[in-house]
Ligand binder design. Structure first.
Ligand code: HEC
Ligand code: HEC
Ligand code: HEC
Ligand code: HEC
Length: 112
């Protein structure tokens, strides 16, 4: 009896893990999968507002650091004439991210 209960519980836990895995499609979900919870990004608890760019940079570094990571891309999305714009101009956490360059250029950039 006990055995079945434990099995039942872990099967349930596994199932919810799988469903949350499937639902994990936006940037915030992928952060959760990397153990960054709501309070890792949101300064206030509970979260109400957008996240300041400085908060993203606490973990990801400066635009200079980011540009180094994406230096093989042309154009480099982190080194442009738009300079140090807020991350959320492109990266959205709870909805699909945005290629802000496309508002002026025909540039096919996929933003994670
Ligand atoms: C990667 C950093 C990050 C994580 C992790 C994150 N958020 Fe957010 N959140 C943002 C950003 C950026 C915005 C601004 C809107 C957007 O980009 O979707 C935002 C906006 C919000 C808002 C304001 C409503 C809105 O859409 O503008 C709420 C509420 C919120 N988040 C709740 C949560 C909760 C609850 C969690 C944990 C389950 C969470 N967030 C995890 C970055 C994050
Ligand atoms: C508490 C630390 C932390 C904060 C704050 C944080 N991140 Fe992350 N981020 C991570 C970790 C950990 C990963 C996964 C490992 C990696 O790719 O570096 C990640 C991954 C990413 C990725 C690659 C994800 C992918 O699916 O390809 C992007 C883009 C990103 N973060 C953007 C942001 C933005 C924008 C913000 C602010 C709204 C932010 N992060 C805030 C820790 C953080
Ligand atoms: C002009 C749009 C744009 C802006 C603004 C932008 N990013 Fe990105 N970012 C991208 C794109 C596009 C990629 C995907 C690069 C690739 O395909 O490898 C990316 C990738 C990343 C990655 C994953 C890098 C890696 O390969 O490990 C991180 C982390 C990240 N961005 C963080 C940030 C943070 C933090 C900010 C704000 C300080 C920011 N980005 C601003 C477009 C942008
Ligand atoms: C508000 C409109 C606007 C946005 C948004 C914009 N650009 Fe531009 N961009 C221009 C204009 C105007 C020029 C100069 C005229 C030209 O060469 O087309 C330019 C020039 C360029 C050039 C030519 C070389 C240079 O630096 O002069 C590149 C490459 C470029 N943009 C990439 C980008 C990228 C990548 C993004 C997204 C991060 C972006 N642009 C966002 C308007 C914009």
């Amino acid at each position: 009896m006990l055995k079945t209960t434990i099995f039942g519980l872990s099967a349930l836990a596994l199932m919810s893990l799988c469903t949350s895995g499937l639902a994990a499609d936006f940037l915030a979900d992928r952060h959760a999968a990397n153990k960054v919870q709501c309070s890792g990004c949101h300064v206030e608890t509970p979260p109400k507002l957008a996240v300041p760019t400085a908060q993203c940079q606490k973990c990801h570094g400066s635009y200079k650091d980011l540009a180094e990571k994406t230096k093989n891309l042309k154009p480099n999305p982190h080194y442009t004439h738009m300079l140090d714009q807020p991350c959320e101009e492109c990266h959205r956490a709870h909805e699909p991210s945005v290629n802000m360059c496309a508002s002026c250029h025909k540039l096919d950039i996929k933003v994670p």
